[in-house]
Write a protein of this length. Structure first.
Length: 256
């Protein structure tokens, strides 16, 4: 586009020069001024103006672009539901939402493979953290239900049932899942009503925001510790092969 502008301007200037030549006086024709030099000078000035315009546009675009998503994050794993050996060399912290279709995709297509190849082999521990998104109206209640089932020793059973039955997460649905798991009905109902896990869930939401996580599912993969996991961030319901590549890379780094 820049060169097209220069070409058109050059043609315009040339046309004007040709027109003026027909009207030139004898004195003008004897002038020592070189019209080609004048045209070249104007073209250089136009070129400089266009360069400045391009630089300005590039600066504007750079300011408008969002900052790149962070590659690493440091999150807490303490006191959250965990699957696998607590002494596994790596921990995968998952931030998830029971109503999220992409979280369900991860559960259906990827989690079982990670469990078979890494969790069951003692190479990886999975820690689940809640990130119910505000536009998923049943997600928060589902998170509470999973923890209330966990209070009776059946967190992961409820976790699986919620994802397998997503999007059926209304209160009667959840009560039905509790009945299927043979939970104490009164204890489960009381737990749902008294919001005893609200602080924990809200803390997970706040920590996700603090490290730049706004979508689900999102993960942090790093070396296992008693609490803080400092590791690489993985975003989205990626295929198993992507997780495998990252996990194998991290395991390899631990061996060095």
């Amino acid at each position: 586009m820049r060169f097209l502008c220069i070409f058109l301007l050059a043609v315009s200037i040339s046309a004007c020069s040709a027109s003026n030549e027909n009207k030139a006086t004898d004195a003008d024709s004897k002038s020592s001024a070189d019209p080609n030099a004048e045209i070249l000078k104007e073209l250089k000035e136009i070129h400089a103006i266009l360069q400045r315009m391009e630089q300005r546009d590039a600066q504007v675009q750079q300011k408008q672009q969002p900052p790149p998503a962070p590659r690493n994050a440091r999150v807490s794993s303490k006191g959250r539901p965990a699957l696998g050996d607590k002494n596994a060399p790596l921990t995968l912290v998952e931030f998830s939402d029971y109503q999220c279709p992409f979280c369900k995709r991860f559960y259906n297509q990827t989690l079982s493979k990670i469990k078979t190849e890494y969790i069951d082999q003692g190479k990886l521990r999975l820690v689940y953290k809640d990130l119910p998104l505000p536009f998923h109206k049943q997600a928060y209640g589902a998170a509470v239900a999973a923890h209330c089932a966990g209070a009776q020793g059946k967190y992961w059973e409820m976790h699986d049932m919620l994802f397998e039955n997503n999007p059926k997460l209304q209160e009667p649905d959840i009560q039905g899942y509790a009945d299927e798991l043979a939970l104490d009905a009164t204890g489960f109902s009381d737990c749902i009503k008294d919001d005893r896990f609200a602080t924990q869930i809200d803390s997970d939401i706040a920590q996700a925001r603090a490290v730049g996580i706004s979508g689900t599912p999102s993960f942090v993969l790093g070396k296992t510790s008693d609490d803080m996991i400092d590791g690489v961030m993985i975003r989205g319901a990626l295929p198993f092969e992507k997780f495998k590549a990252e996990i194998d890379t991290q395991l390899g780094m631990l061996k060095k």
